[in-house]
Write a protein that binds this ligand. Sequence first.
Ligand SMILES: CC(C)(COP(=O)(O)OP(=O)(O)OC[C@H]1O[C@@H](n2cnc3c(N)ncnc32)[C@H](O)[C@@H]1OP(=O)(O)O)[C@@H](O)C(=O)NCCC(=O)NCCS
Length: 154
Amino acid sequence: MSALLNNLPSYRRMLEHDLDAIMAIENVVYPHPWTRGNFKDSLREGYHCWVVEAGGEFVGYSVMMVAAGEAHLLNLSIAEPWQRRGCGRELLQFMLKVARDFAAAMIFLEVRPTNVAGLGLYADAGFSEIALRRGYYPARHGREDAIVMRLELI
Ligand SMILES: CC(C)(COP(=O)(O)OP(=O)(O)OC[C@H]1O[C@@H](n2cnc3c(N)ncnc32)[C@H](O)[C@@H]1OP(=O)(O)O)[C@@H](O)C(=O)NCCC(=O)NCCS
């Protein structure tokens, strides 16, 4: 029973000492990862920065900004060994709850058109595509567009 309980995902606020574990995941799951500085800035700015652990392992993390009734999901990542096991969906639902708790009426995010997993996850959660930002992301050859997605929270 306790082994089962130990494997349930638990959520806590990100701390600066998590950044080694986070960078180890970030550098694997993204072709163009955030830098350690991006995470430090997010922590310093007081963004909503959360990590998920299960069974003593680091499963994933997410960073979100909430201001003036709008949330912006800036990063949501699941470590490769934990992918396709429902952890991304659960972490996203957790972040949507945080956004609602902080009075956001809407949440926005950007995702690469080539990010099949990200697009699938967000569509599955009810996000709709509302715009295209041309050349938003760095890419291996030049730049890549971003699809802007939105979900109403109330
Ligand atoms: C996107 C990501 C967070 C999904 O996390 P995950 O834990 O693997 O996803 P889940 O198992 O919770 O899947 C939830 C739904 O997302 C979609 N999905 C997830 N991975 C997918 C994939 N590889 N291909 C297509 N759809 C996918 C599916 O709709 C899935 O539902 P289903 O399993 O019932 O088909 C994960 O792949 C990841 O960390 N990728 C690298 C970082 C990244 O791209 N983050 C998003 C940036 S915008």
